[in-house]
Design a protein around this ligand. Structure first.
Ligand code: DQA
Length: 145
């Protein structure tokens, strides 16, 4: 089973960027944690990060017919990108939307996600653990289905 983990703009700066909001772990730390989890779960992860909306759309399109599911932290694009929503819907990929912070307890503009209603589930506010929970739950769900 191939699961893509897609990370959007500015997540390359995790660890340095607003650590009180996003935690002290780097994206590489989270990737190492999840690669170990993937081995335990018996799945393969494809790890991606981009700061560019068009590249994000390209990445989603390239997953069509290859990946079984995705974990998506679209970062700021969550709140603005119709193109990314369309790409995810068009890909047919079941995905879990993840946010390190609780977007529903932050500024008004972050409380709305353009992805949430087309996601399998949304995990927000659990920091790096949210990625781990999302992967375990998505794989379990895909195996049950
Ligand atoms: C984020 C929340 C977004 O609102 C923000 O733009 C991010 C990170 C999160 O993981 O909490 O860049 O997706």
């Amino acid at each position: 089973m191939l699961i893509a983990v897609l990370n959007g703009p500015n997540l390359n700066l995790l660890g340095e960027r607003e650590p009180d909001v996003y935690g002290r772990r780097t994206l590489a730390d989270i990737e190492h944690l999840m690669q170990a989890q993937a081995v335990e779960l018996g799945v393969t992860l494809e790890w991606l990060q981009t700061n560019h909306e068009g590249e994000f759309v390209d990445q989603v399109q390239r997953l069509r017919g290859r990946a079984d599911g995705a974990i998506v932290n679209a970062a700021g694009l969550t709140h603005s990108s119709v193109a990314l929503r369309d790409a995810l819907v068009g890909s047919g990929l079941p995905f879990v939307e993840v946010h390190l912070s609780n977007i529903f307890a932050r500024e008004e503009f972050r409380r709305h996600s353009l992805l949430a209603d087309v996601a399998v589930a949304v995990v927000a506010g659990l920091g790096h653990r949210g990625y781990v929970c999302a992967l375990a739950a998505l794989v379990a769900r895909l195996r049950d289905d």
